[in-house]
Design a protein around this ligand. Structure first.
Ligand code: MF3
Ligand code: CO
Length: 250
């Protein structure tokens, strides 16, 4: 499949979609505290997204039943919000959310501490976020796609963490998932040449222990195989002639 190059008009719409999503994430982040349920977060996310005249792109995507993926502790991604899951002090929670504005998709994820968490878990979150920033340093026209993957792996692996391989980043635009796929681990090939106008969702998913994951019986929730915590950090970015633009930050 060809990787789409966005026109100046499309880039402007991507910027707007992504800016709205950044605001949604900011609001959701403020709501994270012990005692709220993962369903509370979903209700808030859907209201916020619609308040900006956007559509939640995750809702009904391949049958996914919510507007935000809420993944707690050993849940890696795609946790389904429920009134039965109450956030507790010491948990970590990943919120993965996206919206559609005038036909253009945005996608971003953040991992938050619920109250105080252990130093080990805080480090996992910090490294996962920094992994994104290490990857994006390579996201420049003239570099190759897997320069991003290799930079993430080179940064994360010395910590002894497991890099999730079953799920990857992706191109994004008029669809949530476009080509190319963007692995977060070392690749043997170079991958496509990066070009201005490409919009990419870069999203390291990092496990404290093994990289191996399993799917729960709900067929959505991905968990670490050893039950150790996992973190996720994602932004939609734009490749330019110079430094990349991170579209889903305020
Ligand atoms: N945000 C996810 C991704 O980065 C997509 C979520 S799939 C959904 O690719 F079904 F939950 F929407
Ligand atoms: Co994504």
């Amino acid at each position: 499949m060809a990787v789409s190059i966005k026109s100046e008009r499309e880039i402007q719409l991507m910027r707007e979609s992504c800016k709205i999503l950044a605001k949604v994430h900011e609001e959701l982040g403020k709501a994270i505290k012990p005692g709220i349920t993962t369903k509370d977060i979903d209700i808030m996310a859907e209201k916020l997204i619609r308040s900006y005249d956007c559509i939640p792109n995750f809702l009904n995507y391949n049958g996914y039943p919510a507007s935000v993926c809420v993944s707690v502790n050993e849940e890696v991604v795609h946790g389904i919000p429920t009134t039965q899951r109450i956030l507790m002090e010491g948990d970590i929670v990943s919120l993965d959310c996206g919206c559609i504005y005038k036909g253009y998709h945005s996608d971003a994820a953040r991992t938050y501490a619920v109250g105080n968490v252990s130093r080990e878990v805080q480090q996992l979150m910090n490294v996962t976020k920094q992994a994104f920033f290490e990857g994006i340093k390579m996201a420049k026209a003239g570099n190759h796609l897997y320069d991003i993957s290799n930079a993430i792996d080179d940064y994360v692996t010395p910590f002894g963490y497991g890099i999730v391989k079953d799920l990857v980043g992706h191109g994004i635009g008029t669809s949530l998932h476009e080509d190319p796929q963007i692995p977060n681990f070392r690749q043997k090939r170079k991958g496509i040449l990066l070009q201005p106008g490409m919009t990419l969702a870069i999203e390291p998913m990092i496990n404290m222990g093994t990289w191996e994951v399993e799917w729960l019986d709900d067929d959505w929730t991905v968990v670490s195989r050893d039950g150790l915590p996992s973190a996720h950090y994602e932004n939609t970015i734009l490749i330019t002639d110079g430094e990349p633009e991170i579209l889903t930050l305020l």
